[in-house]
Design a protein around this ligand. Structure first.
Ligand code: HEC
Ligand code: HEC
Length: 283
C-alpha cells in the first residue's frame, strides 16, 4: 500500500531529489516589526504530526518578506475594500453590517479564529462566507454572494484579518461538530483521482519536499483567504481545496458543499494553535 502511494506521488513529484533544498525556513514572522505571529507550535492531542508549521515557512525569502510588511502585502487592499463593504448599506432593509454590529474592528476582534463554528439554526458548521451570506439574506434583504465574488473575498479577508495573531481554535463540542470532523478526516485520508492521492499523501507524508516547482507545506489554513502571486489575486479556502483536488485529477465537490465544509472543519483543527495570518502571501 505504501508502495502504491509512493508510485502515485512519483508521477507528480518531478525532480524531487534534485530540487530538495532542506526543510521549511527557520525565520520568524513579525508583521511590521511589531506583531510576532505563532507560525510553529506543538500539535494538539491526537494529531498525526508533532509540530505544526505554517505554510509561510515553505515560501521563498521574497514571498515571506511581502507578508511581513503590511504596506507591501497586496492582500491588504482586500482588507481595505472589506472594511468599506462592512460600512456600506445594501439590500431592502437599508442596512449595512455596521448598522447592527457596530465598529468592525471591535465586533470582529478574534472572532474569525474560531470559525468554522456550529450553527444551530442551519444544523451544520458555518464558515465566514456562509455567515456573511446568512446575514445578507436574513438581516439585510440582500442577495447572497456568488462563490468567489470579489466582494465576498474582500469582506471575508477583512473579517479574518481582525484575528491576525490570534491562535486558531475550533469548538468541536458544539452540536454535531465532532461528526463533521470525522467526515473531514475520512476525506483527508481518502485517495482520489487518476493519481490516487489523498490530502495526507502530499501534506502529511511529503511535506518539505518539492512538487513541480512548489515546496509542499502541511496544507494549513491559517492564512486564508490568501493572496497568491501566481494568480495576482486573493484565493478563498474552498478555491484552494478544489484546486488541490483537481491536481489529483479527481472530481471536485462544489464550494460550501458538505464535503468541503467537513474538510474545512478537519483541516482547520489540524492547524490548532497556529495564529491567523490573513491575508497570507503565497506562491
Ligand atoms: C439586521 C441586523 C444585522 C445585519 C444588518 C447584519 N447582521 Fe450579522 N448578525 C445579526 C444577528 C442577529 C446575528 C446572530 C444570529 C445569527 O447568526 O443570525 C449575527 C451574526 C453575525 C456573525 C456571527 C457572530 C459570531 O459570534 O460568530 C457575523 C460574523 C456577522 N453577523 C457578520 C455580519 C456581516 C459581515 C454583515 C454584513 C454583510 C452582517 N452581519 C449584517 C444581525 C445582523
Ligand atoms: C498532489 C499533491 C497535493 C495533494 C494531493 C493536495 N495538495 Fe494541497 N497543496 C499542494 C501544493 C503543491 C500546494 C502549494 C504549496 C503548499 O503550500 O503546500 C498546496 C497547498 C495547500 C493549501 C494552502 C497552504 C497554505 O499555507 O497556503 C491547503 C490549505 C491545502 N493545500 C489543502 C489540501 C487539501 C485539504 C487536500 C485534499 C483535498 C490537498 N491539499 C491535497 C499539493 C497537494
Amino acid at each position: 500500500m505504501r508502495l502504491s502511494i509512493a508510485a502515485g506521488v512519483a508521477i507528480v513529484l518531478g525532480a524531487q531529489g534534485a530540487a530538495f533544498a532542506g526543510g521549511p525556513s527557520d525565520d520568524k514572522l513579525v508583521i511590521d516589526g511589531e506583531l510576532e505571529i505563532t507560525t510553529r507550535t506543538a500539535a494538539p492531542e491526537g494529531h498525526p504530526l508533532d509540530e505544526l508549521i505554517s505554510g509561510w515557512h515553505y515560501r521563498t525569502e521574497e514571498t515571506r518578506a511581502l507578508e511581513a510588511d503590511s504596506f507591501q502585502n497586496p492582500g491588504m487592499l482586500y482588507v481595505e475594500r472589506g472594511e468599506e463593504i462592512w460600512n456600506t448599506v445594501e439590500g431592502d432593509a437599508g442596512k449595512s453590517c455596521a448598522s447592527c454590529h457596530g465598529d468592525g474592528e471591535e465586533f470582529l476582534k478574534g472572532l474569525g479564529a474560531n470559525y468554522p463554528k456550529w450553527n444551530a439554526d442551519a444544523g451544520k458548521p458555518y464558515n465566514i462566507e456562509l455567515q456573511i451570506n446568512a446575514c445578507r439574506e436574513a438581516n439585510m434583504g440582500a442577495e447572497p454572494y456568488k462563490f468567489d465574488d470579489t466582494d465576498q473575498k474582500s469582506l471575508t479577508t477583512f473579517i479574518k484579518h481582525q484575528s491576525l495573531g490570534t491562535p486558531i481554535e475550533v469548538d468541536l463540542s458544539e452540536g454535531d461538530m465532532k461528526a463533521w470532523w470525522e467526515k473531514g478526516k475520512e476525506l483527508y485520508y481518502t485517495r482520489t483521482g487518476q493519481l490516487n492521492l489523498a490530502c495526507a499523501t502530499c501534506h502529511e507524508d511529503y511535506n518539505g519536499t518539492y512538487i513541480r516547482a512548489d515546496h509542499l507545506s502541511q496544507g494549513n489554513v491559517n492564512g486564508f483567504p490568501t493572496y497568491r502571486l501566481k494568480q495576482s489575486a486573493m484565493v478563498s479556502l474552498h478555491n484552494r481545496f478544489r484546486g488541490c483536488i483537481r491536481d489529483t485529477r479527481g472530481a471536485f465537490p462544489a464550494a460550501f458543499s458538505d464535503d468541503l465544509m467537513a474538510l474545512e472543519v478537519y483541516v482547520t483543527w489540524r492547524g490548532t494553535g497556529l495564529d491567523v495570518e490573513t491575508p497570507a502571501v503565497r506562491q
